[in-house]
Design a protein around this ligand. Structure first.
Ligand code: HEC
Length: 133
């Protein structure tokens, strides 16, 4: 097989794969907002885009007064990280004391907006048998 054949054998499937991928992106009709899970069974609140889940009402009441809910939906961290964010806003951005709502809001945030790596990445490999190149 000469070089030119090899070139076509590689380039044609590559081209097909790429164009299929692009097509999917362009024509996908999916109006549900993306969540950390990209799971179509997860419902999002129509006005805020926040995941519909327990304590959503508290989050809307306390967390969408100053800024767009997008700041929340694009942010992912664990419970501690969310607590730090809240403390930071309380110290620097005049966020009020959340009182009894705080643990509930933290439940909501850590459940629905957890660290991205945990959601999108596979677990670390445990036992790897490297082979010699
Ligand atoms: C008193 C006003 C106020 C309230 C209420 C408020 N925030 Fe904020 N928040 C801010 C300000 C100001 C910023 C910085 C915005 C910017 O950087 O443009 C911010 C930024 C953020 C960010 C982005 C942080 C980053 O580093 O990118 C997140 C996430 C966030 N807020 C979540 C929340 C959550 C969750 C609540 C409810 C517990 C909340 N906010 C309530 C004022 C507020």
């Amino acid at each position: 097989m000469n070089k030119i054949h090899k070139f076509y054998i590689l380039i044609i499937p590559a081209f097909l794969l790429i164009s299929m991928g692009l097509k999917q992106e362009n024509y996908q009709v999916n109006n549900s907002p993306k969540t950390a899970f990209s799971d179509s069974t997860i419902k999002s609140d129509e006005t805020t885009g926040l995941v519909v889940s327990e304590h959503l009402n508290l989050v809307i009441a306390h967390c969408t007064a100053c800024h767009s809910s997008k700041l929340i939906t694009q942010f992912h961290t664990d419970r501690n990280g969310w607590l730090e964010k809240i403390r930071w806003m309380q110290q620097k951005q005049k966020l009020w004391d959340l009182g009894e709502a705080e643990p509930k809001i933290l439940d909501y945030l850590s459940k629905n907006y957890p660290p991205v790596e945990k959601v999108n990445r596979r677990a670390n490999l445990k036992k790897i048998d490297w082979y010699k190149l």
